[in-house]
Design a binder for this molecule. Structure first.
Ligand SMILES: [Zn+2]
Length: 362
């Protein structure tokens, strides 16, 4: 994924400009609600029965890394995808794949569970970055990364969830493993190619049917800290962070806001579907050759896995409608948008002066 950090001043300036702009231009179709909102129904207390096992999940992380770096189009990725499918099928999840060609490369998304009409989509990217362009040693920049955290951690957590979610989950939940998330700015590739393709090929009925999308990315870091990703749907973040608090994981699921991340939840947000990115922004080995299993931990996988398992149990008892608030704009787009009123205001002032000048010279 691509990290975009907002400074304190832009954090303050942007919402006020958005508010002014949305009033000015009457953005009917896009909602900018800052407040989180849900249907506020009283949710019956749920007695969680959690079975997620971090140690077992960690073997799935190591299992993926054993194939080596897994960039799109590589044999390693094909073999890793086959491994993911065999584990899912072993846990009796029906599996289908979605294949297409992008930049002369065959890509493959893997879908399991409720494929025709999912109400919940739990996803992670299973490809890894083809280049270690953030490695401290420039000589390593052309090398592909192993992606223990950036790729394998989210996938491993979903693979473990496949075995512990209740049987009825398969009828309403899709486990989605997307290809080509992490090749952006390399050889003309974009970021989030697999998730974009997936959302582009959903019907309107399928989009409307999805209540929540939960993206797991870079959440296996041994020193795990999960601030609230800024473009995620606030009501959905609230609900998941509340579950984390009930499970006494508030030391990991932080109440603070983190940066804005361009990640696989973005195409869903753009389609008006509630989505959250559970991600640790602060990982010193990001896009380096050091993103290896020893930087990750079973405890981190277990914390996130248990929270997602508990949240899904809550949903199976009392489904929630999460209003898809939040906004899909990148910080760059927000800055450009914030300039629109200034430009319009400038034009009006120029026009008034011009008319006045003309009047005076007449
Ligand atoms: Zn990455």
């Amino acid at each position: 994924m691509n990290f975009l950090r907002l400074t304190q001043s832009t954090r303050f300036i942007i919402p006020s400009f958005i508010l002014a702009l949305s009033l000015l231009l009457g953005f009917g179709g896009v909602s900018f609600q800052v407040q989180s909102s849900s249907d506020n129904r009283a949710v019956a207390p749920v007695q969680y029965s959690l079975e997620f096992n971090g140690t077992r999940a960690f073997t799935y992380l190591e299992g993926q890394c054993a194939f080596g770096p897994r960039p799109p189009g590589s044999n390693n990725l094909t073999e890793c995808g086959d491994y993911i499918i065999s584990v899912l099928e072993g846990k009796e999840w029906p599996v289908q794949t979605q294949t297409w060609i992008y930049q002369e490369t065959q890509l493959r998304n893997i879908m399991a569970g409720a494929i025709a009409a999912p109400q919940y989509v739990l996803l992670a990217h299973y490809d890894t970055r083809p280049i270690a362009d953030s490695d401290p040693d420039p000589l390593n920049h052309s090398q592909p990364i192993l992606g223990a955290n950036d790729g394998a951690s989210g996938v491993a957590t979903l693979m473990e969830l496949a075995g512990v979610l209740p049987e009825e989950a398969k009828a309403v939940t899709m486990l989605l493993f997307v290809d080509a998330e992490d090749s952006g700015n390399y050889n003309g590739w974009s970021w989030i190619v697999g998730s974009t393709y997936f959302v582009d090929h959903l019907s309107q009925a399928q989009k409307s049917n999805i209540r929540a999308v939960i993206l797991l990315d870079m959440m296996g870091d041994a020193d795990l800290q999960l601030p609230r990703e800024q473009s995620s749907t606030p009501a959905l973040v609230d609900a998941i962070w509340q579950t984390a608090s009930e499970l006494e994981y508030s030391n990991i699921f932080l109440s603070s806001s983190g940066p804005y991340v361009i990640d696989d939840h973005r195409p869903f947000l753009l389609a008006g579907i509630p989505a959250v990115d559970i991600i640790d922004f602060n990982y010193p080995y990001w896009h380096t050759l050091e993103d290896t299993p020893d930087k990750c931990s079973a405890a981190s996988l277990e914390a996130v896995g248990c929270v997602v398992e508990a949240f899904m149990e809550t949903q199976f008892v009392t489904p929630t409608f999460f209003i898809p608030t939040g906004h899909p704009f990148t910080p760059d787009q927000l800055i450009l948008l914030s300039m629109v009123p200034v430009v319009i205001g400038g034009c009006i002032i120029l026009l008034v002066y011009k008319l006045k000048f003309q009047k005076n010279t007449e």
